[in-house]
Design a protein around this ligand. Structure first.
Ligand SMILES: NC(=O)c1ccc[n+]([C@@H]2O[C@H](COP(=O)([O-])OP(=O)(O)OC[C@H]3O[C@@H](n4cnc5c(N)ncnc54)[C@H](O)[C@@H]3O)[C@@H](O)[C@H]2O)c1
Ligand SMILES: O=c1ccn([C@@H]2O[C@H](COP(=O)(O)OP(=O)(O)O[C@H]3O[C@H](CO)[C@@H](O)[C@H](O)[C@H]3O)[C@@H](O)[C@H]2O)c(=O)[nH]1
Length: 351
C-alpha cells in the first residue's frame, strides 16, 4: 500500500537512490536535507525541505501538517578520517542531530524508523566475517557516533515504544543501473570513485593529476598488505531498506524487542589493490598509484556476514562480484562528467 515516507539525507548518495526505490514502489517521498554534502537536483522530483537536523525549528517545519508513516534516516557525516580530526562536528551532527529527529518524530506520533548504521561500529574485528553479535568497539569517532545512536534506539524502543531497524552497511558502492542517480561527493574520498575518476581523466586525455592516487597502507596484515573491505551495491542496500520498512509497517517487529539490527554485506573481501585491478579491467585504463601511510582510524579488514538479513528480512545481495558493482559506477561516471548535474528535474525547495 502507498505510504508517506520521510527520507532524511535523501539528497546524498545512498539517500537519493532510496528516493528512487521508494518512488518506484509508488510511495510518496519527502526529503529533509541541509545539502551540506548532498545535491538539490538528486531528489528526483520529491518534495525537498532544506533544513538542518541540528536546528529543531527546521525539523518542526518539516513535520508540520504532515503525517509520515515511517522515517528513513541517512543524514550523517560519514568520513572516518574527518571524524578523527573533527570529533565535535561528528557527535553534534550524527548524535545530537538524530536525537532532534527522534524528538520531532515523538512529537508528531511517528513511531517507525530505519537507521543507516555501519560496520564501523565493530572496530577491529576479532573474527571475520563479522556477524551482528560480534563485539562493538569502534576505533574512530564516526563509528562511535553511530554506535551511540544504536544504543539510543534500544533505549527509546524500551521507554517510548519506538520501533526501529538499524542497518549496518559495509562499503556502499556502485550506482543506479539505469543511470538515474550516482555518487557525487565533493570532495570525493571514497576509493572506487577516486580510482574511476583517475581512469576517466586518462581516458579523456586530461592532464596528469595534481596528486596521484594513494593506497593508504601497504603493511596491513592482509594478503597483499592493503586494507580489505566488503563492497555492497547501493541498490542492494535500498532493497534491504524496503524490506525493513515492510517489516516495520506490517507489525512484524516485536514489542519486547523493538530495535533490530542487521548487517548488509556481500561476504566477500577485496583489498585496495584488488579494487584498482578491477577498475583497470572494467575501464581498460592502467591506473597509476603510490603507496602512502595508513589513514588513521582504518581497520585492516572489514567483511560482513549478512545471513541474519537473509533469514529475517529475506534479503540477499544481487550484485555479488566487484566488477559488476564497479561497472555501474563507471557507467554513471562516464555518462555524467564530474561537476555536471541532472538539474532539469523539477523539485520544490523549502523554506
Ligand atoms: N557510503 C558508505 O559506504 C556508507 C557505509 C555505511 C554507512 N553509511 C551511512 O549511510 C548514510 C548515507 O551515506 P552516504 O554515503 O549517502 O552519505 P552522503 O554524505 O552522500 O549523504 C548524507 C546526506 O545527509 C545530509 N546531511 C548531513 N548532515 C545533515 C544534517 N545535519 N541535517 C540535514 N542533512 C544532513 C547531507 O547533505 C547528505 O545529502 C550515512 O548515515 C552513512 O553514515 C554509508
Ligand atoms: O584514496 C584512497 C581512498 C581510500 N583508500 C582505502 O580504501 C578503503 C575504502 O575507503 P573508503 O572508500 O574511503 O571507505 P571507508 O573509509 O571504508 O568508509 C566507507 O565505508 C564505511 C563502512 O566500512 C562507512 O561507514 C563509511 O561511511 C564509508 O565512507 C580503505 O581501506 C581506505 O584506506 C585508499 O587506500 N586510498
Amino acid at each position: 500500500m502507498k505510504k508517506k515516507i520521510l527520507v532524511v539525507g535523501g539528497a546524498g548518495y545512498i539517500g537519493s537512490h532510496m528516493v528512487l526505490a521508494l518512488q518506484d514502489e509508488g510511495h510518496e517521498v519527502v526529503v529533509f536535507d541541509n545539502l551540506s554534502r548532498g545535491h538539490a537536483d538528486a531528489v528526483n522530483g520529491a518534495r525537498l525541505v532544506v533544513g538542518d537536523l541540528r536546528a529543531p525549528q527546521e525539523l518542526a517545519h518539516c513535520f508540520a501538517g504532515q503525517s509520515f508513516d515511517l522515517v528513513m534516516h541517512f543524514a550523517a557525516l560519514a568520513y572516518v578520517g574527518e571524524s578523527v580530526v573533527q570529533p565535535d562536528l561528528y557527535y553534534q551532527n550524527n548524535v545530537l542531530g538524530t536525537l532532534n529527529l527522534l524528538a520531532a518524530m515523538r512529537q508528531h506520533g511517528v513511531g517507525k524508523f530505519v537507521f543507516s548504521s555501519t560496520c564501523a561500529t565493530y572496530g577491529e574485528p576479532e573474527s571475520v566475517p563479522i556477524a551482528e553479535d560480534h563485539s562493538q568497539n569502534p576505533i574512530n569517532p564516526y563509528g562511535r557516533s553511530k554506535l551511540m545512536v544504536e544504543q539510543v534506539l534500544r533505549d527509546f524502543g524500551e521507554a517510548y515504544g519506538l520501533q526501529s531497524v538499524g542497518l549496518r552497511y559495509f562499503n556502499a558502492a556502485g550506482c543506479d543501473r539505469e543511470g538515474r542517480a550516482g555518487e557525487r561527493h565533493e570532495p570525493e574520498t571514497h576509493l572506487i570513485p577516486l580510482v574511476l575518476a583517475e581512469a576517466l581523466r586518462v581516458k579523456t586525455g586530461g592532464n596528469p593529476a595534481a596528486t596521484m592516487l594513494e593506497v593508504y597502507g601497504t603493511d596491513f596484515d592482509t594478503p597483499d598488505g592493503s586494507c580489505v573491505r566488503d563492497y555492497i551495491h547501493v541498490s542492494d542496500l535500498c532493497r534491504a531498506h524496503l524490506l525493513a520498512a515492510e517489516r516495520l509497517l506490517s507489525g512484524a517487529v516485536k514489542h519486547d524487542r523493538p530495535a533490530e539490527f542487521y548487517n548488509l554485506a556481500n561476504g566477500n573481501g577485496f583489498s585496495v589493490l584488488d579494487v584498482i585491478r578491477t577498475c583497470e579491467a572494467v575501464t581498460g585504463v592502467p591506473i597509476r598509484y603510490r603507496s602512502a601511510r595508513r589513514r588513521v582510524g582504518d581497520p585492516a579488514v572489514l567483511v560482513g556476514d549478512a545471513s541474519l538479513a537473509g533469514k529475517i528480512l529475506g534479503w540477499n545481495a544481487q550484485y555479488g562480484d566487484l566488477s559488476s558493482i564497479v561497472q555501474t559506477a563507471w557507467d554513471w561516471m562516464s555518462r555524467v562528467p564530474v561537476g555536471q548535474t541532472n538539474e532539469g528535474q523539477a523539485h520544490e525547495v523549502e523554506p
